[in-house]
Write a protein that binds this ligand. Structure first.
Ligand code: APR
Length: 312
């Protein structure tokens, strides 16, 4: 009997594999990787490889594979990456039909086998999939979150560091809204070592960074040629996972179920949230400028349109 946390990874593909690597290296808990029964052998190979990595730096965790959802029983945390990724020329929305069926099936299985787990989901189109997961599972909003804002904000911060040549460690900045082209990199919140970015970058440089952030996922899809980003999404998920598992009470932007915050009722929108042992403990609201508010209204409409396509 171990007192270590149990983390279930649903989907052991590109993101799932990197999640397993990071979770192992951070010793966040014991892992079970669940994928389609037809892929169980491949996932067992991945797991054996990860198990053999542990002695090199001394990671004391157990890792297992399964094609059966019963293996997630007792999980403290469930991370869902099950679904198909984009290929060049596809928008996230193009994945809706195929990933909706997968997400609903996973939601049924998670609510059956791990009804008390905190769930982080990455499957695209994120804004619709997190909504569908919520509808099917019946989980309360605080127990369920979509990973997008942490990734989009990380991309925003990375581009600021690349453009200025300054350390990424000192760059902060927030992206809110949907996980699509209407996302809002809030330039007003971006600082480097506490210094507002407009002191270090021109208006046109900042505008270019905003545009590049909004289509950063697409840029990677086009370059990869086969699949979508996986290192940075996995790192962004693990930041959220660690905040939950260690009760860090960090403010991280994520697709959280708003209940009146920002004038949104019942939809999952990318907003800053406090993540701790209680899951999404709070959606943090702050005043937007009229221009930011107008952009948020546009992105909320985009999210509602995507959700409407799920027929839920
Ligand atoms: N149950 C469990 N696993 C499933 C199921 C299911 N019903 N359906 C698909 N999977 C698995 C696939 O077999 C695959 O191993 O999900 C895994 C997805 O891995 P990849 O295809 O490598 O995709 P990845 O790059 O990890 O992205 C996963 O996250 O960011 C989003 O757009 C991305 O929707 C995509 C998802």
């Amino acid at each position: 009997m171990t007192t270590r946390k149990k983390i279930a990874l649903i989907g052991a593909g590109q993101i799932g594999g990197i999640l397993a690597l990071i979770a192992t290296q951070k010793e966040l808990g014991d892992l079970v990787l669940v994928d389609l029964p037809s892929l169980e052998q491949r996932v067992r190979g991945k797991v054996l490889d990860l198990m053999a990595l542990r002695p090199h730096d001394g990671y004391d965790v157990e890792i297992s594979a399964s094609g059966d959802f019963a293996a997630i029983a007792g999980a403290d945390l469930v991370i869902v990456t099950a679904g198909v990724p984009r290929r060049p020329g596809m928008s996230r929305e193009d994945l809706l039909e195929i990933n909706l069926g997968i997400t609903r099936e996973v939601a049924r299985q998670v609510s059956r086998h791990a009804p008390d787990a905190f769930v982080i989901l990455t499957t695209n189109p994120l804004d619709a999939m997190i909504y569908a997961f919520h509808q099917t599972s019946g989980f309360p909003g605080r127990q369920l979150v979509g990973m997008a804002g942490a990734l989009d904000s990380g991309r925003f911060r990375s581009f600021i560091a690349m453009e200025t040549g300054l350390s990424v460690q000192d760059v902060s900045g927030l992206v809110i809204g949907g996980h699509g082209p209407s996302m809002i990199p809030l330039t007003r919140t971006a600082t480097i070592g506490g210094v507002p970015i407009d002191a270090l970058l021109t208006r046109s440089q900042i505008d270019a960074i905003v545009k590049r952030t909004q289509r950063a996922g697409t840029e990677i899809v086009e370059l990869l040629g086969n699949g979508s980003a996986f290192y940075s999404p996995a790192a962004a998920v693990m930041e959220m996972a660690e905040a939950y598992l260690k009760d860090q009470k960090r403010i991280i932007p994520a697709a959280a179920r708003c209940q009146g915050e920002y004038g949104v009722d019942g939809y999952f929108i990318g907003v800053p949230c406090v993540i701790g042992a209680g899951g999404v403990e709070r959606v943090v609201e702050f005043e937007l400028t009229p221009e930011e508010r107008a952009l948020l209204d546009t992105t909320i409409e985009a999210v509602k349109l995507t959700v409407a396509k799920t027929g839920t």
